[in-house]
Design a protein around this ligand. Sequence first.
Ligand code: ZN
Length: 433
Amino acid sequence: MADFESLGLKGGVWTHLKEARSHVVCLQPFLPHLTSFRLLAYGWRDSIWHLDLRARRRSEACPCGRHGSTAVHSSYRRTIADVPIAGAQVLIHLQVRRFFCRHVACPQRIVAERFSALVPVRGRHRVGARTALRHIGLAIGGRAGARLAHTLGLSGRYRTILRLVHGASYPLLAAPRVVGLDAWAWRRGRRFGTMICDLEGHQGLDLLPERSAASVAQWLQAHPSVEIVCRERKAGMSWQQFLKIHWNVLAATDFFTVEVVTWHGLVTYYVLVVMELSTRRVHIAGITPHPTDAFMTQCTRQLTDDVDGFLLDKRYLIHDRDEKFVHGFDWMLRASGVEPVILPPRSPKLNAYCERFVRSIKEEALHQIIVIGEASLRYVLQSYLTYYHHERNHQGLSNQLIAPEPGMKGQSGQVRRRDRLRGLLSCYYRDAA
Ligand SMILES: [Zn+2]
C-alpha cells in the first residue's frame, strides 16, 4: 500500500525503506509495542494513519516442537486497529508469513506467524486498543461507548465493545459475606435473570441467566463465604400479606343501617359491628339513630376497655373512610394501643369479612322481617348473633361453628331442631348421648 507519493517522499525502493527505518527509530517512544516489527510503509488516508508492518524475525517456531525453517510458503495481510496517535485513528496492515516446517513427522507442515503480544489469533484490535474499548464499555455502555470511541480515534462498533465487556474476567476482590438478590431483565416483561450484589462491598458479583431457586442455590454452593442472603426489597407489602402476617391481632369494623318502624314513622338506625377476623367473632358495638361524635366516643371507650374490651388483645382495626369514623375515634384507638388501618376510598373488598357478615345478617334476618321499635331491633340482632356464634357453621372455618355449645356435640342421640326468630333461623343437632 506504500503511499509515499502522497507524503511527498521521492526516490527508489531502498530510499523509502531507509526513510521508514529512521522513522521507526524516532517513533520508538510513541510506538514501543511495534519495535519488533519492520515498518514497510506508512501513509495518511481518509484521516487514518496506515502502517504496513512485517515481523523482524526470520522464522516461526512450529507447534510440533521443531524450529521452523526460514523457507516462506506464502503470506497474507491482517488489518488491526491500534490506539490513536494524536487523536488520529491508526490501522496496522500486518504481513503474516507462512513457513514450511521441515520436521518429517510434523502433522501440519506449514506454520503461520503468531503475534500473541500484539493481537489475539482472530482479533481485529491490538491488545491495548481492546483494553481501552473494554474500559469505555464498562464506564458508559455499548452504544454510547462506540460514539465516544469514534470521537477519540478508536475504531470499535458497539457489538465489539459489548463482546469485550462480556468476555473479560474480573477477579473477585474479597469473598462476599452478605449478598443481595434482585431481578434484572434480559427482555423487559418477557425474560428475567437474577442479579447478585455484594451488599458490603457495594458492587455487583454475578448475573444469573434465569430466575430460579436452583440456579441461586448452585451459585451459593460455589461461594461458601456467603453468610447472609437478602432478597429484593419491595416498597410495601400487599394487602394479603398484611392480613396473613397480622391475622391473629386483626379486627375490622363497619356500619350498617336498618329501617325501623317507630311511632314517628320509619327511622334509620345505625349499627356498628366489630369482627375479630381470625375467629369471625362479632360484637355489636353500638346501635343509634344518631351516630354523633359522643356516640362514637362511647363505643370506642367500651371497645378498648382495659378489662373486657372487645379489642383487648388486638393491634389493628380496619375501617373504611366513613365520615362517622371521626378523628377522635382513631385518636382514642391509638391511645389504647390499637392502630387504625384506614382503607382506600371505594374498596369494600378489602373489608370483605365484615362486609360478608353484614350481607349475611341482612339476607338471613333483617330483610325477612319488619322491625318495630328499637327494643325489637336489639332482640333481632342479639338472636342473630347467638345463632351466628353457636349454631351456624362457617365455610371460612372449615364448616365449623365459632363457639359450639357443649350440649350440641352429640354423635348418636336424637336429632333435634332449634328455632330462633320464630323459625327464621334454625339449626339441627344431636342430643349428647
Ligand atoms: Zn512442525
